[in-house]
Design a protein around this ligand. Structure first.
Ligand code: SF4
Length: 329
């Protein structure tokens, strides 16, 4: 699967995008873990608020497109993010993606006729302030930029992405049914799927369109299938929740000014479901055995966990969950 680093960063959790739902709720985390023997599941590390948060090990209990993407990219990366919950630094690319998403979402608060590019760009400073309030760590991105030059360039890039959106869609003609919609569905197998859909449009005829914004560039055609995986995942969840197959899946690439659409059919969603069940089996096996293999790719250059990765001479932290030996043969 080829996609841009920027979207990998935002969509797979690099820089801890706030749009990503918590991987598990403590109640759903299954057996108590070594690191969380009481099952309290307080990831903030209850106790002295002056202490930095202590990561709490988690047993995977649900799957989002981002985490499924992590496992497909590198099982060890999945472990570091979902089970060890190792902290990651925010990145400029991921944070810009979060900022642009917030601006596009908030623009729909305005009456249709006022949803203009100047108005959208005017939302950027306020949304940036809000982001710094809710996630103070993103302010550190520009701590070494006393004259604000780099920040100004970064905000300028965000403006250009927002501006490009108006060449691809006309928000004055859209009335989204939902924005930043959290969805969750349980399959018959018990696997819970969850995620956040950027925008859901519903036509007067009842047809549903699922829209996702990407701040990176569109993939080459031979990699489009990988890019659509996330959208088919959402379509499967919507189908399971509402018994309606979305009419259209739409990826809006602000980085390159492209729109990729796909009209799914039931067979597509059944295929994705089978793939996710197989993926979940592999995740459960790795969870039980503690056998999480690194899978190096060019994306390793963007991985925050190289210091813990054997591919880069590092050692993973002790595995925090009980293990059973892998079956032989
Ligand atoms: S550095 Fe590469 S191989 Fe190692 S954990 Fe990160 S993504 Fe996986």
């Amino acid at each position: 699967m080829e996609t841009s680093i920027e979207d990998v960063a935002r969509d797979t959790g690099g820089g801890a995008p706030p749009a990503e739902p918590p991987v598990e709720s403590p109640a759903a985390a299954g057996p108590a873990t070594v690191a969380d023997p009481a099952g309290a599941g307080d990831p903030a590390g209850a106790g002295d608020p002056a202490e930095p948060p202590v990561p709490v090990a988690q047993v995977p209990a649900s799957l989002s497109p981002s985490r499924a993407g992590d496992f497909m990219q590198c099982p060890l990366l999945y472990r570091f993010r979902v089970i060890d919950r190792l902290p990651e630094k925010p990145s400029e690319a991921a944070t810009r993606g979060t900022l642009v998403h917030a601006v596009l979402e908030r623009l729909f608060d305005a009456p249709a006729a006022e949803r203009t590019a100047p108005r959208a760009k005017a939302l950027i400073p306020g949304q940036w302030d809000r982001l710094k309030e809710t996630r103070p760590e993103v302010g550190e991105l520009f701590a070494d930029d006393p004259d604000g030059e780099r920040l100004a360039g970064w905000l300028g890039d965000a403006e250009r992405l927002v501006e490009r959106w108006f060449t691809l869609e006309d928000p004055s003609r859209l009335e989204p049914a939902e924005r930043e919609l959290f969805v969750e569905a349980e399959l018959e197998s018990g696997l819970r799927l969850r995620g956040i859909i950027d925008r859901v449009d519903v036509a007067p005829t009842g047809e549903v369109r699922i829209v996702d914004y990407k701040t990176g560039k569109a993939p080459r055609p031979e990699y489009a299938e990988g890019a659509l995986f996330q959208m088919k995942f959402y379509a499967l969840v919507v189908w399971r929740l509402k018994q309606v197959v979305p009419r259209r899946l739409q990826l809006v690439y602000l980085g390159s000014g492209d729109v990729l659409t796909y009209d799914p059919v039931v067979a597509d969603l059944e295929r994705v479901e089978r793939k996710l069940l197989a993926l979940w089996d592999a995740i459960r096996l790795a969870t039980e055995t503690g056998d999480w293999r690194p899978r190096p790719t060019k994306l390793c250059g963007w991985c925050d966990h190289r210091a813990h990765c054997p591919e880069f001479g590092g050692t993973p932290p002790p595995y925090p969950l009980p293990v059973r030996p892998a079956a032989s043969g």
